[in-house]
Write a protein that binds this ligand. Structure first.
Ligand code: MG
Length: 359
């Protein structure tokens, strides 16, 4: 199926939708927590979130849809000013060839970040169009699945008051979740008191749900290696499922050192791109759990290679974040669980969230 047209749309709404509105003012340790003016509020430094949506129209009028985060509007510009010339006129089934041409042509400014997000949106749209042409869901094109059900884990549990956190965690168990993930508030700039606050948050969740429920925590790149080693030692008695993204994604040596020192599994990868980036993490034995984001790492074409590399090394793959493409990928790759963002019981949304994609 020849791709007759490629259109891009800038959507001034976060890929995270209502989650973003809720998270921007809540405490969260981040890569900027070392700077006092950006310590607590994610919303003090994060750019205006938006999406680039790619629509590919096939010669017969069928449409394939893909999207990515449009960091500072860069992804849309990259597609409109450069990548679209490699897509229009190509066959939707030539995804490997188109991917390779986009990757090679964008090397001087690409390889990671916005260029790969742009490529990811195009690649997802190509797979969607292939599925439309074949009359099959993308998970079947990716290798099929005997069991199309997917277990979700609840991802929220922000470090607010202990009673709220405990009620929220118990609520997830009552809803049926068997796994959940919380967020840390503190990093190296917060000293001993911050370490105690981090520990207490994890303890409150563990005590609220008991020993049978999987409990993970996310440090959103806000720690350094010495801090992380001390923190995982303290957290060890809580039997956590994993600690997520404790270090900057480029601190691969730090991840490897931490992983050797930690009895708690270390996860990461949501801010890594392409098989070349993930290979460095794998070679350094930096992670126990790999968390690619199909909307960032290079679309389905690249994510399935990353998934195969992880499988070869016996590593668990759990996609970063919830999306329909991640649901298809997770089902096809046999991932055990997928992230999901319920609304915390204590949080009132200012207005009801609007659907991002109607129909
Ligand atoms: Mg994360």
């Amino acid at each position: 199926m020849k791709i007759a047209r490629i259109d891009t749309y800038h959507i001034p709404v976060s890929l995270w939708a209502a989650l973003w509105d809720r998270e921007k003012d809540l405490p969260l340790v981040t890569p900027l927590s070392m700077y006092a003016e950006h310590r607590e509020r994610y919303g003090s430094w994060y750019w205006n979130p938006a999406m680039t949506v790619v629509v590919l129209t096939g010669a017969d009028g069928r449409e394939g849809l893909g999207w990515c985060e449009d960091g500072c509007r860069a992804a849309q510009v990259i597609i409109d000013e450069h990548l679209e010339r490699f897509v229009a006129g190509a066959s939707a089934f030539d995804h490997e060839r188109v991917w390779d041409i986009m990757y090679r042509s964008s090397i001087p400014y690409g390889r990671k970040g916005a260029a790969l997000e742009a490529m990811s949106a195009i690649d997802i749209a190509m797979w969607d169009l292939m599925g439309q042409v074949e009359g099959k869901p993308v998970y079947e094109l990716l290798g099929g699945a005997a069991d199309v059900s997917m277990r979700l884990y609840a991802s929220a549990l922000h470090p607010v008051d202990a009673e709220k956190v405990a009620a929220e965690a118990r609520g997830y168990v009552e809803t049926g979740y068997r796994d959940m993930k919380g967020r840390f508030a503190c990093g190296p700039a917060d000293g001993e008191a911050g370490m105690a606050r981090n520990f207490d948050h994890a303890r409150v969740i563990r005590e609220a749900v008991g020993g049978e429920i999987g409990v993970a925590l996310d440090a959103y790149m806000g720690w350094d290696v010495d801090y992380a080693i001390e923190m995982v030692k303290r957290l060890e008695p809580l039997d956590l499922a994993w600690i997520e993204e404790p270090l900057l994604p480029d601190d691969i040596k730090g991840y490897a050192k931490l992983r050797r020192a930690s009895k708690i599994p270390i996860s990461g990868g949501e801010h890594e791109f392409t098989r070349f980036g993930f290979e460095q993490l794998f070679d350094a034995e930096a992670l126990d759990i790999v968390q690619p984001d199909v909307h960032r790492c290079g679309g389905f074409t690249e994510a399935r290679k990353i998934g195969a590399m992880a499988a070869e090394r016996g590593l668990r793959v759990i996609c970063h974040t919830y999306s329909i493409p991640h649901l298809h990928f997770s089902v096809a790759m046999g991932c055990s669980i997928l992230e999901h963002f319920p609304q915390p019981c204590w949080f009132e949304m200012p207005e009801a969230p609007r659907p991002l994609f109607v129909g």
